[in-house]
Design a protein around this ligand. Structure first.
Ligand code: AMP
Ligand code: ZN
Length: 112
C-alpha cells in the first residue's frame, strides 16, 4: 500500500534489520526497543490492524504465531516473552499496518 511505512520496509524501500522472512510475513527489530529483545512481525499483506482480520486473512495471524514460537526457540528466549498488537491510536498504535511486537529479555511484569 502506498505511504505505508511497513509496506515500504517489506518492499526493501526503507532499510530494516531483518530477523526473519517468508512468503507470508516479515520480522525486523524495532527501531526503539523497549526490551533487550524487541522485534516486530508483520504480514506481507497490508491490513491496517487486528481489527481488519477476517476469516479469510486469519490464517496469516496463526502463521505469525507459529513463526514467533519457532524464533523464540531458535533465538533462545522461549522461556518467556510477550506478544502485543495495538489497535487504534487510543491503544498506542502509531503505524497502521498490522504488527506484532515480540518482547523478551527482561522481567516484563504482569500485564494489566
Ligand atoms: P505501535 O506503536 O504499536 O504502532 O508500534 C510501532 C512500532 O514501530 C514502534 O515500536 C516503533 O518504534 C516502530 N518503528 C517505527 N518506525 C520503525 C522503523 N523504521 N524500523 C523499525 N521499527 C520502527
Ligand atoms: Zn502496509
Amino acid at each position: 500500500m502506498e505511504d505505508c511505512l511497513f509496506c515500504k520496509i517489506i518492499a526493501g524501500e526503507i532499510p530494516s534489520s531483518k530477523v526473519y522472512e517468508d512468503d507470508l510475513c516479515y520480522a525486523f527489530y524495532d527501531i526503539s526497543p523497549l526490551a533487550p529483545t524487541h522485534f516486530l512481525v508483520v504480514p506481507k499483506v497490508h491490513l491496517a490492524s487486528a481489527a481488519d482480520v477476517t476469516d479469510e486473512t486469519a490464517p496469516v495471524v496463526g502463521h505469525i504465531y507459529a513463526v514467533i514460537a519457532r524464533l523464540a526457540r531458535e533465538l533462545g528466549f522461549a522461556e518467556g516473552y510477550r506478544v502485543v498488537t495495538n489497535v487504534g491510536a487510543l491503544a498506542g498504535q502509531t503505524v497502521r499496518h498490522l504488527h506484532f511486537h515480540v518482547l523478551s529479555g527482561k522481567e516484563l511484569g504482569s500485564f494489566n
